[in-house]
Design a protein around this ligand. Structure first.
Ligand code: UGA
Length: 427
């Protein structure tokens, strides 16, 4: 099937490359000329395991191409995916300006039947808006709208795309349904066919529910600390019940990233606009914010005053296997440490460049784990990178043997045996 993907950000690029990987002929369009030149050389603007190789391979095999011309994209295919950014406004509401610009462009330039697929995370009823907008600018050409939300996790986006739990297709015609099933024919996963509004809601409901699970585990971790239980045992015991499930019950310093915080705020806003006060989700947000403050309190409990103390922060990205710093809990935690006069040296395997762009010279960046810990009063773990789990703590050059672990990567008893004062979350 011939497909055009408009918007070559994280979602658009992964979608375009993977659609080519499963046998489609794909043209990815973006107005950023430098990005398009780079992509043709296999240089991708984000750190995403497996994506660069697949980009180059499919480009060289001529299954994938790149262009800066939206007109070329519209003429190339009948199926057009919209994957442009939908950042949050200060109110929490998603900014759909880029979606509107692309839709108006498509409406003005299309001359034959098109299926316009919404891939960006958009508020429910955006499909209706897209439909109305196209009709406003083009009264003659036939078209269909599809909602096909993405469920890609950063760091495992390629494998999530190729081996999904499900593919959701919100359609309003048989023609669009048949075309979308053909697009995804080489992916073996349940295909959920719904109306457009339900498909849009599935995305909001899924991300908010996952965020809720994390906040539930984080709230439980606070009780565990009070009564002397271990959150790792508690969530393990819960997770064996398949109605609950093991995933997304890891307590820590809170969730971050470009999706959960933004999508939660947007869903609260959407619900509000529908006349429903989604108090439950507001509490999910509050627990997440409190979790970061409680981590700072924990640090203070152990090291006492923060002023002049040196901390080795291990992990800056919002989760492992990504260089993404958006809404990373490390930013809030480092900010609190600095405000209290602490001195921070950080190490992250891939996110240092992006962290520097935000934090500048407010902290020092180490090249290795051991360098970060030299002379520090304590180690603070904020991202559970696999490398950190394999640290030989005997090699650390700390001033005082303190590890405060915001991701529970170590066994408390082991650490005690090795002579460390060790504090995790909820244990
Ligand atoms: C999330 C969803 O998992 C994807 O399904 C969805 O497609 C994506 O948002 C999106 O809307 O585009 P992502 O933000 O990449 O993906 O990352 P997650 O792996 O979901 O992690 C989000 C945050 O939750 C991270 O900060 C992570 O550290 C935290 N987390 C996750 C926990 O604190 N505990 C857990 O048990 C799991």
């Amino acid at each position: 099937m011939k497909i055009t993907v408009i918007g070559v950000g994280y979602v658009g690029l992964t979608t375009g490359v993977c659609l080519a990987e499963i046998g489609n002929d794909v043209l990815c369009v973006d107005k950023d000329k430098i990005k398009i030149v780079d992509l043709k050389q296999g240089k991708i603007p984000i750190y995403e395991p497996g994506l660069a190789d697949k980009t180059l391979k499919n480009y060289q095999n001529k299954k994938l191409n790149f262009s800066t011309s939206i007109k070329e994209g519209i003429d190339f295919a009948d199926v057009i995916f919209i994957a442009v950014g939908t950042p949050a406004k200060y109110t929490g509401e998603a900014d759909l300006t880029s979606v509107e610009t692309v839709v108006v462009d498509i409406a003005k330039k299309m001359t034959t039947y098109k299926i316009i697929v919404s891939k960006s995370t958009v508020p429910v009823e955006t499909g209706k808006k897209i439909q109305e907008t196209i009709r406003l600018y083009n009264r003659t050409t036939d078209f269909d709208i599809v909602s096909n939300p993405e469920f890609l996790r950063e760091g495992s986006a390629v494998s999530d795309f190729l081996n999904p739990y499900r593919i959701v297709l919100g359609v309003n015609s048989q023609k669009a349904k048949d075309a979308m099933l053909e697009v995804y024919q080489n992916i073996d996963a349940p295909k959920i066919i719904t109306d457009i509004e339900s498909a849009e809601l599935i995305k909001h409901a899924s991300n908010s529910f996952l965020a809720l699970k994390i906040s539930y585990a984080n709230a439980l971790s606070r009780i565990c600390e009070k009564v002397g239980a271990d959150i790792e045992f508690v969530t393990q015991g819960m997770g064996y019940d398949s109605r609950i499930g093991k995933d997304f019950l890891n307590a820590g310093v809170g969730f971050g990233g470009s999706c959960f915080p933004k999508d939660l705020a947007a869903f609260i806003d959407i619900s509000n606009n529908c006349g429903y006060n989604f108090q439950l989700l507001k509490e999910v947000q509050k627990i997440n914010d409190d979790q970061k403050q409680s981590f700072i309190d924990k640090i203070k409990e152990i090291v006492w005053n923060l002023k002049g103390k040196k901390f080795a922060v291990l992990g800056l990205s919002f989760k492992p296997n990504t260089d993404d710093m958006r809404e990373a809990p490390s930013l809030d935690i480092i900010d609190s440490l600095l405000k209290e006069g602490a001195i921070v040296t950080a190490f992250d395997p891939v996110a240092t460049k992006n962290a520097k762009a935000i934090l500048g010279d407010a902290i020092t960046y180490a090249e290795t784990i051991v360098d970060a810990t030299k002379g520090a009063d304590a180690v603070i773990i904020l991202t559970e990178w696999a490398d950190f789990k394999n640290i030989d703590v005997a090699n650390l050059k700390l001033k005082t043997p303190i590890i405060i672990d915001g991701r529970n990567i170590f066994d408390p008893l082991e650490m005690k045996k090795k002579g460390y004062i060790y504090k995790g979350i909820g244990r």
